[in-house]
Design a protein around this ligand. Structure first.
Ligand SMILES: [Zn+2]
Length: 163
């Protein structure tokens, strides 16, 4: 409830800002992108392995490299993959379902900007207070998990090469 209200307030605020379209997307995604780039560089990885795009324009750079375990092994719950802005990091080449899951997190970052980290944390707290699991029952994870097998046309995924 608290997080839903918070998310609604933040979305309303973002809708009122003069930034529109691409500029707004760039601004909201930038802190996450910078964080993602910092993580990738600190792990010694210099180039993405793939770049993927959904039919609705959602885009992500995939960094799939064993060295990213340096970071992922030190994150709570040691995730298989993680999304920071439009950067997705994993220790190995990800299956399509996982990429679709992470692309939903890219969309969440785009909606909430850097506040996504705060809102996600509050949502985990809410779920735990209700006796649930902070990761499994988190609404942002439920939404991402629903996308893993969602094959509606606007979410058709393609790989972009030549970058
Ligand atoms: Zn997830």
């Amino acid at each position: 409830m608290i997080t839903r209200v918070l998310a609604a307030v933040i979305n309303a605020w973002l809708a009122l800002t003069p930034l529109r379209g691409l500029a707004a997307v760039a601004w909201r995604s930038m802190p996450g992108d910078l964080l993602g780039q910092a993580v990738v560089r600190l792990c010694g990885v210099t180039a993405p392995s793939r770049r993927v795009q959904l039919a609705d324009g959602t885009e992500a750079l995939l960094y799939e490299d064993a060295r990213l375990g340096l970071y992922l092994d030190n994150v709570p719950l040691r995730p298989y993959a993680q999304t920071l802005g439009r950067i997705v990091v994993a220790r190995e080449a990800m299956p399509a379902g996982t990429i679709r899951h992470e692309l939903e997190h890219v969309r969440q970052w785009r909606r909430l900007g850097p506040l996504f980290l705060v809102v996600y944390g509050l949502e985990s707290m809410r779920v735990m207070l209700m006796g649930g699991h902070r990761y499994r029952d988190n609404r942002y994870e439920l939404a991402a998990r629903a996308r893993e097998t969602d094959l509606e046309p606007k979410l058709t995924m393609r790989e972009i090469t030549g970058r």
